[in-house]
Design a protein around this ligand. Structure first.
Ligand SMILES: NC(=O)c1ccc[n+]([C@@H]2O[C@H](COP(=O)([O-])OP(=O)(O)OC[C@H]3O[C@@H](n4cnc5c(N)ncnc54)[C@H](O)[C@@H]3O)[C@@H](O)[C@H]2O)c1
Length: 263
């Protein structure tokens, strides 16, 4: 699929991967519908894209709120007449071990709270579901061809301290298989579904870590550095433009070694 003049809806577009994809796809001539909860960050990215000559609208959206996601997708259709590419990049983590027994007493003194668990499920899983469902309804009803993405993670393989986050990332890594199969079963042609599973990417969260923590992460990456956001953007552009890619999740990790295995 050609990118020029296609309508792209991106959530989590105020920062990191979502912002980088928006900027690049706008340069390639796509019309961008940018969504994020963070209004200031959103406005900043919208201005940046406009100043570079790109076509963009920003819509403040909390992806966990059904009515806000409906408004986002309705606005995309009203303003640009179509939805072709959907990138649900809004995501959070709230790391904690499920239970922490005290070394001396052996009794649990702290555990992952229900809100720590549910906040991550709500943004990463429910938010992705609402985004893809509401986009799909309008794509099918308006006969739009295109591609839905899910944003998974290397930690779909399982990560200590991320029972919540890894669960969401394992789930959305499976969705391309389920959804492309459902579309095929229902004779919905022309909508592909692709997952992107990044490794440790050069985004504000990682770059803001203490140098020793960052070093301990990088020592397990076989390419010896963090993945660049432009390398994630490159994988997304590849998936959009190569029509044989669907029903799968692409890993762009730099080869992360874990317990002797590359996961
Ligand atoms: N950065 C990495 O190394 C990495 C690795 C693997 C996967 N990922 C995944 O990529 C996606 C983007 O990550 P990032 O590093 O760019 O993160 P980021 O924190 O830079 O950006 C995430 C954006 O999502 C927005 N957001 C959070 N909750 C929201 C909500 N309820 N509604 C709307 N917007 C909301 C935030 O305001 C923020 O702008 C996430 O799903 C993350 O899990 C990132």
């Amino acid at each position: 699929m050609n990118i020029k003049n296609k309508v792209v809806v991106i959530t989590g577009g105020a920062s990191g991967i979502g912002a980088a994809v928006a900027i690049e796809l706008a340069k390639l001539g796509a019309k961008i519908v940018l969504a994020d909860m963070n209004e200031d960050g959103l406005n900043e990215k919208v201005d940046e894209i406009k100043n570079n000559g790109g076509q963009v609208i920003g819509i403040q959206t909390n992806v966990t709120k059904e009515e806000e996601v409906i408004k986002l997708m309705d606005t995309a259709i009203e303003k640009f007449g179509s939805i072709n590419i959907v990138i649900p990049s809004a995501g959070i983590f709230r790391d904690a071990f499920m239970v922490n027994p005290d070394r001396e007493t052996g009794k649990v003194f702290r555990s992952m709270s229900t809100s720590q668990f549910m906040d991550v499920i709500n943004v990463n899983l429910l938010g992705t579901f609402l985004t893809l469902r509401e986009a799909s309804i309008r794509m099918i009803d308006n006969k739009c061809e295109g591609i839905l993405f899910t944003i998974s993670s290397i930690n779909k393989e399982g990560q200590l301290g991320q029972l919540n986050y890894s669960s969401t990332k394992a789930s959305v890594a499976l969705w391309p298989k389920i959804l492309s199969g459902e579309f095929h079963a229902k004779k919905v042609n022309g909508i592909r579904v692709v997952g992107i599973a990044p490794g440790y990417v050069e985004t504000p969260i990682l770059l803001g870590m203490k140098p020793e923590v960052l070093d301990s992460i990088i020592k397990d990456v076989t390419i010896g550095r963090l993945v660049k956001t432009k390398e994630i953007v490159g994988a997304i552009v590849f998936a959009i433009t190569n029509e044989a890619v669907t029903g799968t999740t692409l890993e762009i990790t730099g080869g992360v070694v874990s317990r002797g295995l590359v996961k």
